[in-house]
Design a binder for this molecule. Structure first.
Ligand SMILES: [Zn+2]
Length: 264
């Protein structure tokens, strides 16, 4: 599994591209306001995505959806997803379908064909904690609730062999390859993620100081140390969703746009 970092900034940030990433070149994780710019910056096209995960409906995670979807739909003229009638799967929390529809109606006049295409070509999968769903390319995604002001899910991702069954809700954390914590303050659930089998865990570190909304690097380092984990090698645990450009705090390194990780 390959994870490409497209942006690493949080809601409050001093000019970083917003938090987003691509998995195996066809799954987009988050659709922040600048998602088209981030994709272009890294020579990716919206059209190569078949699946989107949106962790929660704060604007820095979904306000780019109408622009992403418009370009996903119409790029390529005769070969566009619109002409081909392709399906886009969008995975996220309960209420996501209504929220995205509302965003689309704010973005464009109500008579535009694009709104009908949204209803016909987007398949929304609303998830809950410990659901495990199949994703194209022999991937699976599982979900854990975070401690945030809106219903928010961490993404737990793994691979399955051709024809293999999905992991059960009791085993998916151990079979995970990649985890993205999404927005969360420090709570027991973060320790569960740190105790998983994942090879790469990206954690929200928007709170430079402990602020009860986002984890701080220090809180994350302390939680990792309490689990007996070391991030000295900088490989397994990284910070993302930051407030300003930083390379590291202590042993915790932050991911940077353009960085690519191969796990599994
Ligand atoms: Zn948020």
């Amino acid at each position: 599994m390959t994870i490409k970092i497209l942006g690493n900034g949080g809601f409050y940030n001093e000019g970083l591209p917003y938090n987003a990433m691509a998995i195996d070149g066809h799954v987009l994780v988050e659709t922040p306001p600048d998602i088209l710019q981030s994709l272009m910056q890294h020579r990716m096209s919206p059209t190569q995505m078949d699946t989107v995960f949106i962790s929660h409906i704060h604007g820095d995670h979904c306000f780019g959806f109408p622009f992403f979807f418009f370009n996903w739909l119409y790029w390529g003229e005769a070969d566009s997803h619109s002409r081909r009638g392709s399906r886009l799967v969008v995975i996220g929390p309960q209420g996501l379908a209504g929220h995205l529809r509302e965003l689309m109606h704010l973005a464009i006049p109500p008579e535009h064909q694009y709104l009908r295409d949204f209803d016909q070509q987007v398949q929304i999968v609303e998830i809950d904690e410990d659901d495990v769903v199949p994703v194209k390319g022999n991937l699976w995604f599982g979900f854990r609730r975070t401690a945030h002001s809106l219903p928010t899910f961490s993404l737990i991702a793994g691979e399955r062999g051709q024809g293999a069954a999905l992991p059960s809700s009791s085993e998916y954390l151990q079979k995970a390859l990649f985890i993205y914590s999404s927005d969360t303050s420090m709570f027991e659930g973060v320790r569960v993620l740190l105790g998983s089998g994942a090879k790469l865990i990206l954690c929200d570190t928007n709170g430079e100081k402990e602020n009860g909304v986002h984890m701080s690097p220090q809180e994350l380092l302390a939680a990792a140390a309490a689990q007996g984990l070391s991030c000295a090698d900088g490989e397994r645990l990284r910070g993302i969703h930051m407030s300003r450009k930083m390379e590291r705090v202590g042993e915790l390194r932050f991911v940077q746009p353009g960085e690519e990780f191969n796990v599994g």
